[in-house]
Design a protein around this ligand. Structure first.
Ligand code: ADP
Ligand code: ZN
Length: 221
């Protein structure tokens, strides 16, 4: 099964994607995490990627597609994937369709998490992530506090703020979303693959609730 997670930066794609991955037993791949792992390695590709990420801009399509497809060809992806953060442009979506077609596969559903820009900004500046690459658990200082301040519940590593979660970069990422990635909602709607979940921060709907809603939808489909 191939599930695409759509939504603004910080909409909860990663958190919900990871929950779905555990429930459904299929691997979760975040293009952002994949790209940050290249940045950590600090080679030529990593340096190039960093120059885009740090400004809140997209990694160019050609490079993004190449790296994600390489990852999708690994053996742990053969039963399907929950793809979070990819595709982010219509061009990437078309290339992904071609890639899956070649592998006799297709997308089953595109889940869109809908939040207002205001809620997004509120959320991202309070986001903290586990610094342990193997874990990468996501926290929120308001909605999902760690039991012990600054420490990951799951693995005990230090929690950090992502470099691009600063307010200026967040605004640029939102702009990029509206200019480019928003068009994907229409793309999947036209293919009758879109499942949108509206989230209002004050409604008390948790990421668990959202993940359950998606699972129920998938079971009845
Ligand atoms: P978020 O969804 O919270 O913005 P991600 O971890 O998904 O965070 O992405 C972080 C950054 O990585 C993006 O701002 C962008 O620079 C880059 N990136 C991630 N996925 C893609 C993609 N599919 N195409 C181009 N750039 C990407
Ligand atoms: Zn951890």
């Amino acid at each position: 099964m191939y599930i695409i997670m759509l939504g603004k930066p910080g909409s909860g794609k990663g958190t919900v994607g990871k929950m779905l991955s555990e429930e459904l037993g299929i691997i979760h791949i975040s293009s952002g995490e994949l790209f940050r792992s290249y940045v950590k390695k600090a080679g030529t590709i990593g340096k190039e990627i960093e120059s885009y990420i740090s400004k809140g801009n997209l990694v160019p399509d050609e490079l993004a597609i190449q790296l994600v497809e390489k990852r999708l060809e690994e053996s742990d992806c053969k039963n399907g994937v929950i793809l979070d953060g990819f595709p982010r442009t219509v061009n990437q979506a078309k290339e992904l369709d071609k890639f899956l077609n070649k592998h006799n596969s297709k997308i089953d559903i595109a889940v869109e998490l809908e939040l207002s820009d205001e809620d997004i900004i509120n959320r991202i500046v309070k986001r903290r992530v586990c610094s342990n690459n193997e874990c990468r658990e996501i926290y929120n200082l308001e909605f999902k506090k760690p039991k012990q301040e600054g420490i990951c519940d799951k693995c005990g590593s230090e929690l950090i703020q992502r470099e691009d979660d600063k307010i200026e970069t967040v605004q640029q990422r939102l702009k990029t979303y509206h200019e480019t990635s928003e068009k994907l909602v229409e793309y999947y709607k036209n293919k009758d693959l879109l499942y949108a979940v509206k989230i209002n921060i004050n409604s008390g709907k948790t990421s668990e609730d959202v993940a359950k809603e998606v699972e129920t939808y998938l079971q009845n489909k």
